[in-house]
Design a protein around this ligand. Structure first.
Ligand SMILES: NC(=O)C1=CN([C@@H]2O[C@H](COP(=O)(O)OP(=O)(O)OC[C@H]3O[C@@H](n4cnc5c(N)ncnc54)[C@H](O)[C@@H]3O)[C@@H](O)[C@H]2O)C=CC1
Ligand SMILES: CC(=O)C(=O)O
Ligand SMILES: [Mg+2]
Length: 646
């Protein structure tokens, strides 16, 4: 089918009728064209090949636009909050029920409909449809109800949605690129209908959360992550691109599933993947030179990160984002433990991208606290499927594990988590293993015997893969645990051995506290690369972002409802780190004081609550400037200044 696309030379569209999308573009990132009625689609020609993108229709009425973007703001054309003159202007007048509604009314209806859905997948699908049909309302709802909504659009529910993606699929969202498209990636990418993209999240689906290789069913992850970029850091929804690579899957069940919508091939080789990724990175930056690229949920993401990190503006969320967010929680937990860094011993179950990424960030923290790198590294004991990672274990260690391979084991190999724990008597226990429930009550009780405040972070996602739940951690440590999990758990009421009853609240150690701010800071500073210092700064910012009240409550992470405010702090620190490393191209931000920079960041964040008003103002101003001639010519508007009669 794609051969047909690639070999067909069709005229690129040159002009479109006045598009609602142009009205949503903030001046600084998308300079308004002198004539808003014309929007050009770039014709992308891949070096050495002659090809044209498949042509979009030359002219369509706005109300019939079948855009495939999951968050195209043109869908706001149908917002029942729009007053009648906007509807007339957008030619949606008569296509929605007559009354122009308040947000409160819309929200009441949405929450009532959500409550009627009996399964979490039904709720997930309802919210996906809402995002598609009324993007501003979706983001208003999510940002007002972050605690209730994030589990539905992100972990844990997105995990189940990915497992069942082929079964529950309803609407096109995001973009898929297949191995068979190699050589033509630029042409396929040119089909993305949005003219401007600030950020993309890319997965090949080969390690989705802790659920294994889900092939293209992993698309729920880029969509969910980018929804959080918008909800938590105000990246404009139309400037986000969820991207899933169809590079085959090692999951035989999926390959044999008649409903599976990806290719049936086995996973391509690492060499083929490198070839594909090289072309992809070129194609993405060719179309959107300033694009920030986030790699997500690749099975072995270290080679790509090393290959591209200094050449493209990219980062890996599982290695670096996770490292940073857990750094933030550990900075606070170490303070609360009362022990200096040098007295901590950390056992990590899981020595993959997240385990190694987190351990490295904490080494960096310990070094900043005055230890040498060797002293800091010696505090870490990583465990994988073969046991404690040691230099003389007898197997060939993957490159990323070598740094943490222990050399002080005197030939002894510890094969199980229990053996390692008994040997090390850790102060910190991290779970990044995908093994649900492996931190047993017995292990937790030992942690409580050895430590006044054991630090236990079961970080695997989704909830079913968490190494323990919060209640088990609280009840088996007499309420003394310093806890954070990757997926959310409810608070627990518990009476400790001293007879004190308290409600304990868990921390959520999830990279969602940092990646939105890393992306925002990188976009605004126009950084040419994402440096280690920018990543570290994002984690330190999360630690600093706790309020006095949150500290008093014993929280390790800010309350999730404050995540937008946290993202501003993260973005500011990321920008400052970019400036220090001199990788920022938006040098005008350097002279701003911190409060000025915060205001600037906030001013650049998409706020779904103000979008309807902004649309009213923009349409009013635009129509007034165009005057009666334009209105008469197009027949779009019969009375520019008419307000809703309803
Ligand atoms: N909380 C958060 O923000 C994040 C959580 N994660 C979670 O961390 C988990 C791991 O992710 P990655 O490191 O990227 O995966 P990975 O596949 O790179 O690493 C998994 C590690 O677990 C080890 N492991 C697996 N089964 C084991 C067993 N039976 N005994 C001992 N070790 C075993 C493997 O040897 C490997 O070292 C996933 O569940 C993921 O959802 C990942 C990124 C962010
Ligand atoms: C949160 C995340 O990125 C993961 O579990 O992979
Ligand atoms: Mg991930």
């Amino acid at each position: 089918m794609l051969a047909h696309i690639h070999n067909t030379s069709r005229a690129a569209p040159v002009a479109r009728p006045l598009s609602a999308r142009s009205l949503f573009s903030p001046a600084s990132s998308y300079p308004p064209s002198s004539c808003p009625s014309i929007r050009r689609h770039p014709l992308v020609v891949h070096p050495g090949k002659k090809m044209a993108r498949i042509a979009a229709p030359q002219s369509r009425p706005v109300h019939a636009t079948p855009y495939v973007n999951h968050a195209a703001p043109v869908e706001a054309s149908y917002d029942t909050a729009n007053p009648s003159y906007i509807r007339k202007y957008l030619r949606t007048y008569g296509l929605t029920p007559p009354r122009a509604e308040s947000y409160e009314v819309q929200k009441t209806r949405c929450l009532a409909q959500l409550a009627l859905k009996s399964t979490v997948i039904d709720k997930f699908l309802y919210l996906s449809t809402l995002r598609k049909n009324n993007v501003h309302l979706f983001y208003r709802l999510v940002s007002d109800h972050l605690k209730e909504m994030t589990p539905l659009i992100y972990t844990p529910v997105v995990g189940e949605a990915c497992q069942r993606w082929s079964e529950i699929y309803q609407q096109p969202e995001g973009m898929y690129l297949s191995w068979e498209d190699r050589g033509n990636l630029a042409a396929v990418i040119a089909n993305w209908p949005q003219p401007h993209v600030d950020i993309t999240v890319i997965t090949d689906g080969s390690r989705i959360l802790g659920l294994g290789d889900l092939g293209i069913n992993g698309m729920g992850i880029p969509i969910g992550k980018l929804a959080l970029y918008t909800a938590c850091a105000g990246i404009r929804p139309e400037a986000t691109l969820p991207l899933t690579l169809d590079l085959g899957t090692g999951n035989k069940t999926l390959r044999e599933d008649p409903l599976y919508m990806g290719s049936r091939r086995d996973k391509i080789s690492p060499e083929e993947e490198r070839e594909f990724m090289d072309e992809l990175m070129t194609a993405l930056t060719e179309r959107w030179p300033g694009i920030v690229i986030q790699f997500e949920d690749f099975k072995n993401p270290f080679p790509s990160l090393e290959r591209y990190r200094h050449t493209y503006t990219c980062f890996n969320d599982d290695i670096q984002g996770t490292g940073a967010v857990i750094l933030g929680g550990v900075i606070n937990a170490v303070k609360r433990s009362g022990l200096p860094c040098k007295d901590h011993r950390a056992v990590f179950l899981g020595a993959g991208s997240a385990g190694v990424g987190v351990a490295k960030q904490i080494v960096d923290f310990f070094v900043r606290e005055g230890m040498t790198e060797d002293e800091a590294r010696a505090c870490f004991y990583l465990v994988d499927t073969k046991g404690l990672v040691t230099a003389d274990r007898g197997d060939k260690l993957a490159d990323h594990k070598v740094y943490f391979a222990r050399q002080d084991n005197e030939g002894q190999q510890l094969r199980t988590l229990d053996e390692v724990i008994d040997h090390v008597k850790p102060t910190i226990l991290m779970g990044l293993s995908t093994l649900g429930g492996v931190f047993t009550p017995e292990i937790l009780r030992k942690m409580a015997d050895w430590n006044t405040h054991p630090i236990v972070f079961p970080l695997s996602n989704p909830s079913s893969k968490s190494e323990c739940d919060f209640e088990t951690a609280v009840t088996n440590t007499d309420g003394r645990v310093l806890f954070a999990s990757g997926s959310p758990f409810p608070s627990v009421s518990f009476t400790n051995s001293a007879g004190e009853t308290r409600t304990y609240s868990p921390g959520q150690g999830n990279n969602m506290y940092v990646f939105p701010g890393i992306g925002l800071g990188t976009i605004l500073s126009k950084a040419v690369e994402v440096t280690d210092s920018m990543i570290y700064a994002s984690g330190a910012a999360v630690a600093e972002a706790l309020t006095g009240e949150e500290l008093e409550q014993g929280l390790l992470y800010p309350d999730v409802t404050r995540i937008r405010a946290v993202s501003v702090v993260v973005a500011r620190k990321v920008i400052r780190a970019a400036q220090e490393a001199k990788v920022d191209r938006e040098t005008g931000l350097r002279s701003m004081r911190d409060d000025e920079l915060d205001n600037y960041i906030k001013s650049r964040m998409y706020d779904p609550h103000t979008e309807v008003r902004a649309l009213e103002r923009e349409v009013g101003a635009l129509l007034s400037s165009l005057g009666p001639t334009y209105a008469g010519l197009t027949g779009v508007v019969d009375d520019v200044n008419e307000n809703s009669k309803l």
